[in-house]
Design a protein around this ligand. Sequence first.
Ligand code: PLP
Length: 404
Amino acid sequence: MARVNENYAKLPGSYLFAEIARRTSAYAEAHPEAKLIKMGIGDVTRPLAPAVVEAMHAAVDDLATSERFHGYGPEQGYDFLREAIAQHDFRARGVEIAVDEIFVSDGAKSDCGNIGDILALDNVVAVCDPVYPVYVDSNAMSGRAGDYDAAAERWTDIVYMPTTAENGFCPEFPARKADVIYLCSPNNPTGTVLNREQLSAWVDYANENGSIIMFDAAYERFIVEEGVPHSIFEIPGAKTCAIEFRSFSKTAGFTGARCGYTVVPKELERDGQSLNALWNRRQTTKFNGASYVIQRGAAAIYTTEGARQIEETLEYYRRNAGVIKEGLEAAGFEVYGAVNSPYVWCKTPEGAGSWEFFTKLLEEANVITTPGAGFGPHGEGYVRLTAFGDAAATVEAVARIRAM
Ligand code: PLP
């Protein structure tokens, strides 16, 4: 008899967004007149840049001719995109990344979730708490997380590193040595960033302990402050201990189009093996490349016109983030993130629980947020608001919260 992967049976239900939807629709049904404003889900709302759309249209036309038809492409991505990435995302910032260290994919979620394929099951995995759930669940699915302790809301074999206002949202080195460490900057959900000194300390830790840092830079384009690292490879020593994930989702509105990439440096070796070679083997076996049309669209963000257009949209979201942060601060809330990030991490007032404050915002301001506790026990006492909404609706939401 075929047997299933028993690790899936241990997974807790993905309760967070389902529960938000349940509570929201119950409220909407009871109050049909309420005009709810969504600031919960981390999806973009602005359309693709015209230069991207034009490039995609032209790519479709290519496929319609026998001369320019493209079938299976390289599993690692087309060179026109990998070269643009190497030039604009790295060389322009003083970081040398070779084209064959860049693996284009259908998005950062796939890569963050799949990277564990090339790592042993007995590695000790460390994550921040609160955390983007994909890092934890993907390790749990492959049996690297132990058992789920429902009372503690934790996996027994995962090392959770509290990431809170008390430690400046920079995790401390865990007491138990970690082999694989997931870091995300700008962070989902807290919206905070790791500075050069903090990242350097983690790179030193990883090199000293033979660990690998999985660095998620999906929100890199939101960084505006001088001196904040955009890539872990800006840090000396990172090429021997880190893998970096990037995404076009929030950079250029590709949440529906789907494109991202992962950088695996050739210097990165463990057990005498090249992680770049292992990931190449994994991708060529299990992935058949991102779509030609989408990669043409992604490459258009590196043209002068495309870069200007995506920057306009990023500015639109950044203004929203500023409106939320300033409005909430003026109302007396303790607020984090928002500066280099589309996420605003707001402390609940007077020790209220995350869900309690979520409900208050829903009922009194008709604003939908995400309870911080949904991202891990140390997210308790916070809610996350996102800047991806309509500008006028964002202003309205903040006015309603201030009037509460
Ligand atoms: N990494 C983080 C931290 C995210 O928040 C998200 C999406 O919300 C992703 C990765 C996934 O990105 P993609 O749309 O490229 O799969």
